[in-house]
Design a protein around this ligand. Sequence first.
Ligand code: DQA
Length: 152
Amino acid sequence: MTGAEPLVVLLSGPNLDLLGERQPEVYGTDTLAQVVAVAAEEAARLGLGFEHHQSNHEGELVEHVHAARGRAVALVVNAGALSHYSWALHDAVAAFDGVVVELHLSNPAAREPFRHVSVLAPVVDGSIAGFGPLGYRLAMAAVAGLLDGRAT
Ligand code: DQA
């Protein structure tokens, strides 16, 4: 990347650093580095700049959203369990002026009731869930499509 490409920031929330080891029957065996590589590869193919940050701390994720303001054109957010209750992250994302895609490896709607609510959903453009690592590729395609005003 040259630095001239529109920047997409991927954020990974709590426990996603354990991907590959954590409940592989739910989240698969790919590591975080592997799914991030999928996203980075797709971003490059689509002519997008790419940055990734993972944190187990809500406030740090809020800071990453703030840091993306005015710098990134899009956010892709897998906030882990914070998706279900972090109004701080909701407010931070609401203050981001750009495309936002919510992302989950699993399909939270098909899991425990506490996962059925996303407090991010009202402030994102759309959500991709249940496709495992493929979701990371789809999220980049969604960002590119929304930026271009394309349907495909
Ligand atoms: C997750 C789903 C969340 O419910 C869970 O807390 C996670 C991962 C997913 O990618 O499927 O940590 O966001």
